[in-house]
Write a protein that binds this ligand. Structure first.
Ligand SMILES: NC(=O)c1ccc[n+]([C@@H]2O[C@H](COP(=O)([O-])OP(=O)(O)OC[C@H]3O[C@@H](n4cnc5c(N)ncnc54)[C@H](O)[C@@H]3O)[C@@H](O)[C@H]2O)c1
Ligand SMILES: [Fe+2]
Length: 439
């Protein structure tokens, strides 16, 4: 595993600890199984949690032979099982409420989520509504879930959102312009079973966009600003820390080497194994550290263009890294190390090499090189900036001061496909990365 340049330390006193005491948080499932063939463990794991099993997947995956085989093995070991597969893309809240109503009628003791991020997020929310009642808007934002939800086993078929290990689910609400997140440590699935063989049939677009999103999760976890710990309830996302850093760096190494392979050859099993491990580790990291500007800006881009989440975050990533390179050169240099880039003459050059390598990787796997290719035009900039500024939780942990002007510069450069516009940091603003933000 590559060593990090610099370290992740809190710069102010925490209790009686030294001023620079390392600080870390991970919130994970109690059992994580990874490896080709691990889906064979699912029946025993389900049986260990309950006898009435509600399975959430999407309409396509429900028809696949892998799902059929898994269902047969689960059914042989449990008393009662119901499959719910009416889970549309983008996860409109009405669809989740219908799934939760069906689950409530069945009265499950355990929920199984099988699929990409959409099905896994739906399963998390079914487990939430079944256990705690109410409607999804009751839980919008952070830490609005007051206690445990039904036990959930998450089985991803993409690599990936990392949703199988994260404390968040994202939905569409027709009353809101942007997709909205529900984040709580109680949403972390009880068990994750990550079998890379289940990802082999994923179409090229899903492989590319989900795969690059996993890389964005890792890189934004490594660069998210660390927050100061104070008394009281911690936020769900606390910025980069000493426990998430090693996971995120390993994720960068794995995804950087494997993503082009699986995009070129979907049957490359070694590449699929690396991708599933990388997205799992990235999910573990961002589930505590959080993500920042690529995600915050993708929310309005997704609303305006109706393009996949990973297409937006992946297209934005080189621009966001370019805007942050002067603020966190040590972090980007460690990302360069993790990608195997030979040492540069100085840390600034090494950090820039990381940005250039990520831009080359994005182009290599066929991502758009500008937001214009997603249908965004300069006339959209004002609206995109307004909406991005509303995603306060994510911009709060950006490594640069993410004010109107900074976001506008990133969006403009990304529309024009010109990273050079971001090479010179603004002189009117002080870099805030050296400060911490009270939680
Ligand atoms: N909760 C989190 O931590 C988190 C993180 C990032 C993204 N997300 C959310 O995840 C969603 C995107 O998830 P996704 O990219 O995994 O895709 P997805 O779940 O939306 O699935 C996309 C399509 O791929 C198909 N598919 C999935 N796996 C397949 C396989 N193995 N073979 C063939 N087809 C397959 C699905 O049937 C679907 O048609 C978005 O809604 C996003 O907001 C959640
Ligand atoms: Fe993402």
């Amino acid at each position: 595993m590559a060593a990090a340049h610099g370290d992740t330390r809190h710069r102010r006193r925490v209790g009686n600890a030294p001023v620079s005491a390392p600080f870390g948080i991970l919130r994970l499932p109690s059992d994580v199984r990874f490896g080709a063939g691990t889906r064979a463990d699912v029946p025993a794991l389900v049986a260990s949690l309950g006898e009435r099993v509600f399975v959430v997947t999407d309409a396509f995956l429900a028809t696949t032979p892998q799902f059929g085989e898994l269902l047969t093995t689960i059914t042989s070991g449990c008393r009662d099982i119901q499959v719910y597969s009416d889970i549309p893309a983008e996860l409109p809240i009405d669809a989740v409420h219908r799934a939760a109503d069906a689950a409530a009628n069945f009265d499950p003791t355990v929920v199984v989520g099988y699929g990409g991020g959409s099905a896994l997020d739906a399963a998390k929310l079914v487990a939430l509504l079944c256990a705690r009642g109410g409607v999804l808007p009751d839980y919008y934002g952070e830490n609005a879930v007051a206690g445990p939800v039904l036990p959930l086993i998450a089985i991803p078929t993409t690599a990936g959102t990392g949703s199988e290990v994260t404390p968040v689910a994202v939905v569409s609400d027709p009353d809101r312009e942007l997709k909205v997140g529900i984040s709580s440590p109680y949403l972390v699935p009880r068990i994750a079973v990550v079998d890379p063989e289940l990802t082999i049939a994923a179409p090229r677009g899903v492989t590319t966009y989900a795969g690059i999103d996993a890389l964005v999760h890792a890189i934004e976890s490594l660069t998210a600003r660390p927050l100061e710990r104070t008394a009281g309830v911690l936020p769900v996302f606390v910025g980069r820390n000493v426990l998430t850093d090693p996971l995120a760096l390993e994720a960068v190494t794995l995804i950087h080497r494997a993503l082009p392979r699986v995009v070129d050859d979907p049957n490359d099993i070694d590449g699929r194994i690396d991708m599933s491990r990388g997205s799992l580790l990235a999910g573990m990291a961002f589930g505590a550290a959080g993500t920042h500007l690529s995600h915050a800006i993708q929310y309005p881009i997704g609303a305006i263009t109706h393009t996949p989440h990973g297409m937006g975050t992946g297209t934005l990533l080189p621009y966001v890294m370019q805007a942050c390179v002067h603020a966190v050169p040590d972090r980007l240099a460690s990302i360069a190390d993790a990608m195997g880039i030979p040492p540069s003459v100085d840390i600034a050059s090494h950090a820039q090499a990381a940005v250039d390598e990520i831009a080359a990787l994005c182009a290599r796997v066929g991502l758009p090189v500008s937001l214009r290719e997603l249908g965004v035009v300069e006339a959209d900039i004002g609206r995109i900036v307004d909406l991005t500024l509303r995603v306060t939780r994510l911009i709060a942990i950006a490594p640069i001061p993410a004010d109107r002007s900074a976001i506008e510069q990133i969006v403009r450069a990304a529309i024009l496909g010109d990273r050079g516009m971001l090479r010179h940091p603004r002189s009117d603003k002080q870099t805030v990365d050296e400060a911490t933000v009270a939680l």
